[in-house]
Design a protein around this ligand. Structure first.
Ligand SMILES: [Zn+2]
Length: 489
């Protein structure tokens, strides 16, 4: 049995002022065959990593393709996308004959000229491997689950958890199902229910937690092989953006239809009940300063690099300074030039630094202040579940009662190392501000005595009605009050 695995992934915010190029992939994941590290999977590479570990025991030959992944940002450069795609397709062609293909994709990647990148990759892959080859795909729930992909792949499984702590578990399931299909032990058939809705669904909140636990309980029995829920990725102007439910049943399409409909209707009934409350910067900061708890974690989803935001908005920092916050820390602010200036100044130096507020109109104004350099670290990283995320060179500066972490490699707040790398102990901070939507909860949830979510003026608004879509299929909630959810595949 011969299986091929590869990754090409990013999450594209088509409204972001930061284009994505080959350089962005080189900064995150850019690995040729055989170069993938043994210890942990990287962004979207779990299918290859899992297959490598199981190949000998399961009796198949794994042919490794390239793995390319970039931090979420704007649309990917067309020539760069085509070069990475064609490299993987050439490797696939050279690996023929193939019984199976495992693709670690994201599901919300857009390149100039390609609104459905994953559909394009699958179309070309299918043309190479033929109709009998079993194609299994792992996607992020913040994806656009287009019908083209469902048509072209045999098995699609999405992570269930948000924060995405289950990327390895779901990749194991993709491989399980691909192998079961090849061994004649399963006949996957897929159904999709379109919920016609845009929202956010952290699984750390009670309603979504219960929903995901229920889905897990329904899998593996009564002919249901897998249930996935596409949350959707709201910050992209593509036609098929929507919350969707995907069910894989064993040979019984009617059963998949019925389950997708039942779960889809339940997901529709959860509209408006899955997001936390959001505070304004002044009220959220005031609440945190006055709270009788340490640390209070303030989350800023609107400037989440993980959703394609620049992560250099300064509004909450200004508010902390205006309200004279003491023993506070904030991170990360992406500003490679400020990081370099801090390294030039040296540890312990006090000097005038301008930082943040640069990349777009919703970055706010830069901060101009005399800062003290309190921490420097070259080539730092932070952990996220079982994976390591590079931060590049990092610097920490102190202004008044606030310590600010500046990073060179744009990414969101995920692991405590973001602060500890620079000698800041996050457990001892009264107020801890993290730029992240909900992934921070994996590491910061356990140390937080209280979590407060702030909607700032940074680009990722939680009010989806404010996003200037032009291509999205309508009607869709909450842009339209009346919608027509239903089975579409
Ligand atoms: Zn995601």
């Amino acid at each position: 049995m011969r299986l091929f695995a590869a990754t090409l992934a990013t999450e594209t915010n088509t409204f972001s002022p930061l284009p994505t190029s080959l350089e962005s992939y080189k900064q995150s994941v850019f690995l040729r065959p055989g170069e993938h590290p043994a210890e942990t999977p990287l962004m979207c590479t779990a299918p290859l990593w899992v297959a490598r570990r199981r190949a000998t025991k399961e009796g198949f030959t794994l042919i490794e393709g390239s793995c390319f992944a970039a931090s979420p940002a704007g649309t990917t450069n067309r020539a760069d996308y085509e070069a990475m795609r064609d490299e993987i397709l050439e490797q696939m062609k050279a690996a023929l004959p193939l019984d199976g293909v495992l693709l670690g994709l994201h599901g919300a990647m857009v390149a100039y000229g390609y609104d459905d990148v994953e559909g394009d990759i699958l179309e070309r892959a299918r043309a190479i491997v033929g109709p009998k080859c079993v194609i299994g795909v792992e996607l992020d729930p913040h994806c656009h689950l287009t019908l083209k992909r469902v048509d072209l792949a045999d098995i699609i499984i999405l992570y269930k958890e948000f924060p995405h702590t289950d990327v390895v578990d779901r990749a194991e399931e993709v491989l399980d199902l691909v192998l079961a299909t090849l061994r004649g032990k399963a006949k996957p058939v897929m159904s999709v229910y379109d919920c016609r809705q845009i929202s956010s669904y952290p699984t750390t909140l009670p309603l979504m937690r219960a929903f995901v636990d229920k889905l897990k309980g329904l899998e593996g029995k009564d002919g249901i092989l897998s249930i996935s829920v596409a949350h959707c990725f709201p910050y992209a102007d593509v036609a098929e953006l929507s919350g969707r439910v995907l069910v894989i049943a064993d040979g019984d399409k009617a059963k998949a239809d019925a389950m997708a409909t039942a779960i889809g209707e339940e997901f529709v009934s959860m509209r408006g009940k899955t997001m936390p409350d959001y505070f304004t910067p002044p009220s959220g900061v005031k609440l945190a300063i006055e709270a009788n708890a340490t640390p209070v974690v303030l989350a800023e989803p609107s400037d989440n690099a993980g959703g394609g935001a620049p992560s250099d908005n300064t509004t909450i920092l200004r508010e902390l300074l205006a309200q004279k916050a003491e023993n506070a820390a904030l991170g990360p602010i992406w500003d490679p030039i400020a990081v370099r200036l801090c390294f030039d100044a040296g540890l312990g130096a006090e000097f005038p630094l301008r930082f943040g507020g640069k990349i777009g109109p919703r970055s706010g104004q830069p901060i101009d202040a005399t800062v003290k350099v309190i921490g420097l670290k070259r080539d730092a990283w932070q952990s996220f579940g079982p994976t390591r995320v590079p931060l590049g060179d990092c610097a920490a500066v102190e202004i008044g009662g606030v310590q600010v972490v500046l990073i060179a490699n744009r990414t969101q707040a995920l692991g405590l190392e973001l602060f500890t790398n620079l000698g800041i102990d996050p457990t001892q901070k009264k107020v801890l501000v993290v730029k992240s939507t909900n992934h921070f909860m994996a590491a910061f949830g356990p140390i937080a005595k209280r979590v407060i979510y702030i909607e700032s003026d940074a680009p990722l608004s939680r009010d989806y009605r404010k996003i200037p879509y032009t291509k999205i299929n309508r009607p869709i909630w909450p842009l339209d009050a009346e919608t027509k959810p239903g089975l579409i595949y």
